[in-house]
Design a protein around this ligand. Sequence first.
Ligand SMILES: Nc1nc2c(ncn2[C@@H]2O[C@H](COP(=O)(O)OP(=O)(O)OP(=O)(O)O)[C@@H](O)[C@H]2O)c(=O)[nH]1
Ligand SMILES: [Mg+2]
Length: 396
Amino acid sequence: MLCISHRIISLFCNKSCHFTFICNTFSISSQYSRKKKIITGKPYRTEEELAQKFIDHKLIKVYAGKGGDGRSSFLREKNRPMGGPDGGNGGNGGNVVFVADSNMKSLEKLSPLYQADDGIDGGGYNCFGKNGKDKFVKFPVGTYFRCEDGSVVEDLVKHGDEFVAAYGGLGGKGNRFFVTNTETVPEECTPGQPGDARVFVAELRTLAHAGLIGFPNAGKSTLLRILTRARPQVGDYQFTTLRPHVGILHFEDFTQIAIADIPGIIEGAHKNQGLGLTFLRHIERCRFFIFLLDLSEPDPWQHLQTLRKELSEYEKVLSERPSIYVANKLDLPEAKEHLLDFTNQFKTEFGEDKKLVLLSGKYGQNLEELIHTIRYFYDEDIRVNQMHGMTSPMRW
Ligand SMILES: Nc1nc2c(ncn2[C@@H]2O[C@H](COP(=O)(O)OP(=O)(O)OP(=O)(O)O)[C@@H](O)[C@H]2O)c(=O)[nH]1
Ligand SMILES: [Mg+2]
């Protein structure tokens, strides 16, 4: 018995490394079993955090690469002591290229300075320098660039659009380049040219087919949440939404309509009151608008007049853009009280040709009618575009 136990102990002693290994494995596996489950997916961010991260204009400096210098050299080898000029040309400097990428949503991650690589200098033995690598910088779709003088230089409207922001300098010529019939041993070589250096102001304007416009608390975010998978915050207080949100409305025929929830507009927004001009510019690119009015407010008609006035004061053409008018919160008794007056005023102002959709966004009442109307406006927009020679509709 003693012997057996001794043998077991000696076995453990001899195989001490085995033993430790087993112990280690055990301890590791137990460690894993105690570890918390890793939660994957996007971390939840509050509206404030999202708003802090949402940057829609930025100053960006770009420096293209300098061209490599040409080389002046002469071949000297054992059997060819007078081998002649063999200086190669320098490589071209790299360009800085801006590319539109639909996966980017904000200018937050962009750095204020981008620089492309310089070209490599030419060498002896007629070696040409390598071209500098281009620098590709990704921007969200809908970004446009202004020069220092304020003029718009370029507009990235669809995924994959590119624009060369700064051209690299040309490489210099080596002395081999200057060989002619009369000048067989030139010493001349030229330096590489400097690359462009430019400053741009990048501005992002949300691209969507439809823009939701309304006073704070009108129910814009509630409606976007019910129509699409976007998740803007909803709250019973003003200015809950602090940055634009875009959601996609899907149809059975695979048509996708992008709807943007723009933070609430109040009187004087065009003079930068409320959240002001910052978000009015996001409306500019929407193909049509959805005016959402809270019918439970004491004077919803006045709200509509104010919204239309703010748009036209900001930019005249905006008030002429096709618009859907929606009277919201019809489930509330106050809204029902105001309904008759509002519809009468609406008919007097717009006549019979403009349609008013009566809705309760929270309870989904009359939602189908609104979806049909949005689809009708989208189809009309495509038809008008095609008449003007634009063949492909904006895609998401
Ligand atoms: N009764 C009722 N309440 C609604 C309806 N739609 C929205 N609400 C409520 O109105 C409040 C404001 O809704 P939001 O969707 O945050 O309004 P908003 O227009 O996005 O507001 P801002 O982000 O501040 O511009 C919330 O408490 C909603 O629950 C509706 O159809 N009926
Ligand atoms: Mg909102």
